[in-house]
Design a protein around this ligand. Sequence first.
Ligand code: G3H
Ligand code: 13P
Ligand code: ZN
Length: 300
Amino acid sequence: MFKQAKPLLSKGLKGCYALPSFNTVNLEVSKAIFQAAEKARAPLMIQITETTIRYAGLENIFGIVQELERRAKIPVCIHLDHGKHLPLIKNCIDIGFKSVMVDASKYSLKKNIEITKRVVSMAKRKGCSVEAELGALKRLGSSDRHLTDPDEAKLFVEKTNCDSLAVAIGTSHGAFKFKERSKLDFSRLKEINELVSVPLVLHGASSVPKELVQKCNRFGAKISKAKGVSESDLRKAIKLGVAKINIDTDLRLAFTAGMREFFSKTPKNFDSRGALLNAQDLTQKVCEHKLALFGAKGKA
Ligand code: G3H
Ligand code: 13P
Ligand code: ZN
């Protein structure tokens, strides 16, 4: 049975480590995530986006994760990442997600509160937790950057009764981040953590390790140099109250590097399973590294 988000997140807070929340898109990425977490004896949140649900089908991707969880010996929570459409959020709650994110961060504070409250009342009836977002992550090629305001965060959590809050403190989504490392606003994070009672979530936390980008490029990709969050900044963010960390991009880089490597090295091969297994292995290694970095190893 999937675990509730609450105990996993509050445990993380007390233990001064962050709950890893990895995005999955298919069987192989899911296996990589589960195998890494089991090996590390780490608690796990595994998350699925709306795009992945449209790609894989809700029942299919939920079924894969559910079956892996059934055999796992670690606590696992399944979470909807960046839910933007209420009917889809409802479908996730109905099928058995224990945690959903409602992302109404693009709207005004008032409208964000309104939408989040609707999701909270829908989710709570089914024993499902709600992560909300306030503020906007940095976006490449756009000057808009709206970091989370601490007082607004306090008000937002009080009004909505959400269970966790994603904050914008200087990170950005995606592989094509910035030439310079993301600079995190730690004093803002500290202030938010002091004012807000619920666990805080850090999105856009991939580091975009240069070895992974180089590996993709060595085997035919043309990924431009980018830098994500430094590992020391992530450690500091955990100490200052970040209880859940989202990673997608670094897993994508690992998975595609594994596929590219396999086909480049065996150009005559057309059995996709070899490439998928190579991709899975590389993804698992990245997950293992993150679990150690977030201090989640041995915390199951
Ligand atoms: O923050 C969310 C993801 O990294 C974007 O994922 O392409 O599955 O929508 P998506
Ligand atoms: P990255 O793109 O930095 O991996 O962030 C993922 C994320 O925030 C998913 O919600
Ligand atoms: Zn995100």
